[in-house]
Design a protein around this ligand. Structure first.
Ligand code: SF4
Ligand code: SF4
Length: 185
């Protein structure tokens, strides 16, 4: 590995004044502000969108907000194994396990929360889940919130999100099916 060491250059007396550079930066900001407000946007289009009135098109592979899935009998598929919380690099999943009545299931989450302000949408929780109980296939953008407490999604909220169409198959199976139909595998 090549490591380049850059010598620290001395600042000139002019640069040490700082204020000229501060005003130069402000000048750039004001130039963009006036162009955004009064400029000709046909010749030089705006680089910003007026969110939330305007939205950019998401890429085709955008998955969106998490959701939790239910079994056919309506109970949550999650067995509170903590694998998703363990895999999460942002430590934003918090689970409290309770004892399930069904001895085959053993545990269920009495509380399951995701702090969306900490989540980095990496999808590792989905990959880690052995029960296909958590997916990121809603296509929904995380809602805006004013209070930190509103950013924490609870168990019932996560269970209520619908999946996008054609995502009833286990996670990853959709792509497998597309590949199979086109006989690439
Ligand atoms: S998407 Fe990544 S950061 Fe967000 S909850 Fe899942 S594992 Fe954690
Ligand atoms: S969502 Fe999946 S990985 Fe996370 S605790 Fe529940 S069963 Fe385990």
């Amino acid at each position: 590995m090549i490591i380049k060491v850059r010598e620290r250059t001395k600042m000139s007396a002019y640069e040490r004044l700082y204020l000229p550079e501060v005003f130069r930066g402000l000048g750039v900001t004001l130039k963009h502000l006036f162009h955004n407000l009064f400029g000709n946007h046909k010749t030089r289009p705006l680089q910003t969108v007026r969110y939330p009135e305007q939205k950019l098109n998401y890429p085709e592979r955008f998955r969106g907000q998490h959701r939790l899935l239910r079994r056919d009998n309506g109970s949550t598929r999650c067995v509170a194994c903590y694998l998703c919380a363990t895999a999460c690099p942002a430590y934003c999943i918090h689970i409290v396990a309770g004892e399930a009545k069904d001895p085959k299931i053993e545990k269920y989450p009495t509380s399951f929360t995701i702090d969306m302000l900490r989540c980095i949408y990496c999808g590792l929780c989905v990959e880690a889940c052995p029960e296909d109980a958590i997916r990121m296939d809603t296509g929904i953008h995380t809602k805006p919130f004013l209070a930190r407490s509103d950013a924490v999604m609870g168990h019932l909220e996560l269970l209520a999100f619908p999946g996008q169409k054609d995502t009833s198959l286990p996670y990853g199976a959709q792509e497998y099916r597309v590949l199979k139909n086109t006989e690439k595998i």
